[in-house]
Design a protein around this ligand. Structure first.
Ligand code: IMP
Ligand code: MG
Length: 179
């Protein structure tokens, strides 16, 4: 896997520090509210696992796998739920945990879905943010790192389902995704 990585963007240590920092911010805003930490599969698996272990107050955890279908150059598509959570979120404070915010299409479709299910509030926590790529406005409440418009893999992020198990975030060599 290593030979496919052009450069390391974020080391394990840098990510670890940032995860603690994010957990502190979340604690300040959510302690005592028993928030639902909603891990968006599969990319946020590792980020969520690290984040929740830094949250030293009661919260619950659930999972969804979603994508947007019909999303093209001119459309933002519709939410496609591949796996749903089983938590009843009526009256709950939900924190969506995502690996990366790119065009914003996925989250811009997911947030209203959770609001329509009766969540008291819906917030977004992303490890990585690519502001340059935004097509739909989504304002994340908690952001780990703003990154350039490069293809990131590792720490949960994949290219064709590969590289999720790298312990750091790296940039994939162009030749890998352009071949
Ligand atoms: P959005 O709807 O365009 O914001 O899509 C976000 C999703 O696209 C993420 O959850 C990732 O699955 C995927 N994605 C976007 N950029 C990258 C990247 O640089 N590396 C890996 N996956 C990415
Ligand atoms: Mg993903």
């Amino acid at each position: 896997m290593k030979k496919d990585i052009a450069k390391i963007l974020l080391t394990r240590e840098e990510i670890g520090e940032k995860v603690k920092d994010l957990a502190n911010q979340i604690k300040g805003a959510y302690e005592g509210k028993n928030p639902l930490i909603l891990c968006i599969l599969k990319g946020s698996l590792i980020f969520t696992a690290d984040l929740v272990r830094e949250l030293d107050f009661p919260c619950t955890i659930d999972f969804m796998q979603v994508s947007s279908y019909g999303a093209g150059a001119e459309t933002t598509g519709e939410l496609r739920i591949k796996k749903d959570m089983d938590t009843d979120i009526r009256g709950r404070s939900v924190i969506i945990v995502e690996d990366i915010l790119d065009s914003g299409i996925t989250l811009s479709n997911l947030i209203p879905e959770l609001e329509s299910r009766g969540a008291e509030s819906v917030a977004v926590c992303v490890l990585l943010n690519k502001p340059e790529r935004r097509r739909v406005e989504v304002k994340p409440n908690f952001v780990g790192f703003d990154i350039e418009n490069e293809f990131a893999v590792g720490y949960g992020l994949d290219y064709n389902e590969k590289y999720r198990n790298l312990p750091y975030v790296g940039v994939l060599k162009r030749e890998i995704y352009e071949k």
